[in-house]
Design a protein around this ligand. Structure first.
Ligand code: SME
Length: 155
């Protein structure tokens, strides 16, 4: 099961960079309706801006996204998962690929605060169900716990 693989990758990860790459790879290989999978992180020097982390899929022009823009910004500002069944009907949407039809963005929290998010785009309309939401929210919790553990070690 994919969550078990993510937990194993987390236990073995030496850094957040290694972990996010491992998760992106594991997810994009196994879930064919996840056509773009990536992480965004709040810039430590500018908490109002998301910065692109590891990703799999076409390169995106959106390497920095203000929290006031996009579905990504919205999920970070709200601190809630955002599911968009039809991206072209959502005025917040920032286009990454003309093939994208639906999107899910799940915030990652550490010490109760949003620090980043997992963003998935699909070429299939309304591709993301409650199963995807549950899976990605658990993956986000695992990553958040890893960040807390790592920062705890460096204190
Ligand atoms: N679609 C996102 C931008 C990021 S790309 O999908 C990779 C948004 O509307 O925020």
């Amino acid at each position: 099961m994919l969550l078990a693989r993510i937990r194993e990758a987390t236990a073995a990860a030496s850094s957040l960079k290694a972990l996010e790459s491992g998760i992106v790879e594991a997810i994009s290989e196994r879930l064919p309706h996840y056509n773009w999978t990536g992480f965004y992180w709040l810039d430590p020097g500018d908490a109002e801006t998301l910065v692109l982390g590891a990703f799999a899929g076409e390169p995106t022009p959106h390497v920095r996204i203000p929290v006031t823009q996009g579905i990504c910004g919205s999920a970070a500002a709200l601190g809630e998962t955002v599911v968009v069944d039809d991206v072209h009907a959502d005025p917040r949407y920032l286009s990454c690929s003309i093939k994208t039809k639906s999107e899910i963005v799940v915030p990652i929290r550490a010490y109760g605060k949003v620090v980043g998010e997992i963003d998935i785009d699909s070429h299939t309309p309304a591709a993301f169900t409650e199963i995807d939401r549950g899976f990605l929210e658990e993956a986000a919790r695992i990553v958040g716990a890893f960040i807390e553990e790592q920062s705890g070690e460096s204190i």
